[in-house]
Design a protein around this ligand. Structure first.
Ligand code: F6P
Length: 538
């Protein structure tokens, strides 16, 4: 891959302003649609030549072949020797996806039907706990991919929630489970332990705490009625004491951060019901079909990826702000953080060679308009450039508050316009002069009010945050991350970078308990251990 050619195009682009690229139909040419969803990237410094180059890069990297390999069940996660088939979880009855000579779709559908029966039973009160009355609350205990997806989606789809209230516990910090459980009645609470491996220390510790909490109220014989599990490790769920009929399994070809379409999404299904959950899956499936068939210039995931690569590897902008003007997408930035940073935060390519360019971007963000009153100052006037990804629905869920939605839309559009246009020194001087300032004070004050502009952003617009649209949005980002990873030539589906810290945490536990010596630790770690064990802390 000729990264230097991309960097040199980016260097040339620095000499021009985004606004100057606009002609009568730039907005139409530098945007793409899937049905009612519109992705506008015309407010970036990408021109025809850059777009041609970026699209040519897709061919050089063999992205189309890699995409087919993923969809058809090849073992593309080479460092874990696994297929990558979260897309199969969006499968429908007559689909065929083969792994090791076997069509996996029938298993996916069978699990989905079991989930639906269970979710309906819980929602209707046919499946109940010790009290015999319907569960009022569901607590999903999981972390990372076993938490972020369902937590994000449950909040996003709150207007569709008509089942028991779902809560999410992830952190090993006892404060998290304490605060969630203290508001709940154990007799009407169902706990779902969600862990692909069923070994994750945070999840297993919280699951044990929940067990102890339930035990005192429901007694040992009824405990089993209050637990369900979602895992690939059935032996471990039995050891923990979950009824095998209430274990929802999935295969190793579903990565943790790609797993909410199957059993990891059980809490979402209980909250919104199987019918709405099916709409969510169909939304993702529509994006899969689009990604697989649309030409690159019309292909939303590919275009998002190309804009990302242009900004990150081309222009050298290290971070990417995700700015949903949609309060119910408040957890989307955190969800995308894992999706992008755990997938593409790698330093070697598939063959083990050092990457010649930076890997995936740092993803962060907050919903608008809140962020405007916090970090937008830096985005507009700071010395670093932060590409911004705005998101906004045409319509909210509160018709009686349509005037507030209009204000939200106005703010969203104003921000991308301001980032691009900026405000010149001359304009700033005119404003200050109109306020009566003159001379040196006018010069000084005006400089603080200059906005350099020429700052890139994209905007994703969708009709309304329905289950179908949320499915599209999430699958859009999954495939975007895939294309970015394919261009970099990395394995987007492993996560070895999380292991070292886990190993060291395990080794530190006996030291903190005073059962092992800290003498092999560095001076800093020894001092911190002493302090935290309340030794020599003065
Ligand atoms: O530590 C990272 C990670 O392995 C993520 O990839 C995963 O989503 C999370 O932990 C939770 O894993 P599990 O579902 O096995 O508990």
């Amino acid at each position: 891959m000729d990264w230097n050619a991309l960097k040199s195009l980016a260097q040339d682009a620095k000499g021009r302003r985004i606004e100057d690229l606009f002609d009568d139909d730039r907005a139409a040419r530098f945007s793409a649609r899937l049905g009612d969803m519109l992705f506008d990237y015309s407010k970036t410094n990408i021109d025809e030549a850059v777009l041609d180059h970026l699209i040519a890069m897709l061919d050089v990297a063999g992205v189309a072949e890699k995409r087919e390999a993923m969809f058809t069940g090849a073992r593309i996660n080479e460092t874990e020797d696994r297929a990558v088939l979260h897309t199969a979880l969006r499968g429908i009855d007559d689909a065929q996806v083969m792994v090791d000579g076997k069509n996996v779709i029938s298993g996916v559908i069978a699990t989905l039907r079991r989930m639906e029966a269970f979710a309906n039973g819980v929602r209707r009160g046919n499946i109940a706990g010790e009290a015999g009355t319907a569960f009022t609350d569901v607590v999903n205990i999981g972390i990372g991919g076993s938490d972020l997806g369902p937590a994000m989606a449950t909040l996003a789809l709150a207007p569709y929630a008509d089942g028991p209230t779902c809560h999410f516990v992830s952190n090993v910090d006892g404060a998290h489970i304490h605060d969630v459980l203290s508001g709940l009645n154990p007799l009407t609470t169902l706990v779902i332990v969600a862990s692909k491996t069923f070994t994750t220390i945070e999840t297993m510790t919280n699951a044990q705490t929940a067990k102890d909490w339930l035990l005192t109220s429901v007694g040992p014989d009824n405990l089993i009625k209050h637990f369900a599990a979602v895992s690939t490790a059935r032996d471990k769920t039995s050891e923990f004491g979950v009824d095998p009929d209430l274990v929802f399994g999935f295969e190793d070809w579903v990565g943790g951060r790609y797993s909410m379409w199957g059993p990891i999404g059980l809490s979402v299904m209980i909250a919104i019901g199987p019918k709405r959950f099916a709409e969510f899956l169909r939304g993702a499936e529509a994006m899969d079909n689009h990604f697989r068939s649309a030409p690159w210039r019309e292909n939303l995931p590919a275009l998002l990826a190309l804009v990302g690569v242009w900004h990150n590897q081309g222009c050298g902008y290290a971070t990417r702000a995700v700015l949903p003007y949609d309060q119910r997408l408040a957890r989307l930035p955190a969800y995308l953080q894992q999706l992008e940073m755990e997938s593409n935060g790698k330093r070697v390519s598939m063959d083990g060679a050092d990457l010649p360019v930076d890997s995936g971007p740092i993803v962060w963000g907050e919903p608008g308009t809140n962020g405007q009153h916090a970090f937008y100052q830096l985005i507009h006037q700071g010395t670093r450039i932060v590409p911004c990804e705005f998101m906004i629905a045409r319509e909210g869920h509160e018709p009686n508050l349509a005037h507030q939605h209009q204000l939200l839309v106005a703010n969203c559009l104003a921000q991308s316009e301001a980032l691009m246009r900026g405000r010149s020194l001359q304009e700033a001087r005119a404003i200050m002069a109109a306020k009566g300032l003159t001379g040196d004070e006018l010069d000084r004050q005006a400089r603080h009010r200059v906005f350099p502009g020429n700052r890139p952003s994209t905007t994703l617009v969708y009709p309304k945050l329905t289950p179908h649209v949320l499915g599209q949005i999430v699958a859009l980002h999954e495939h975007r991350v895939f294309v970015e990873g394919a261009l970099l030539g990395i394995n987007s589906f492993d996560q070895w970078g999380v292991e070292l810290g886990k190993e060291l945490a395990l080794a530190l536990q006996p030291i903190l308990a005073g059962e092992a010596s800290a003498q092999d630790k560095d001076g800093s770690t020894r001092m911190l251990i002493d302090y935290l064990r309340n030794e020599n802390s003065s």
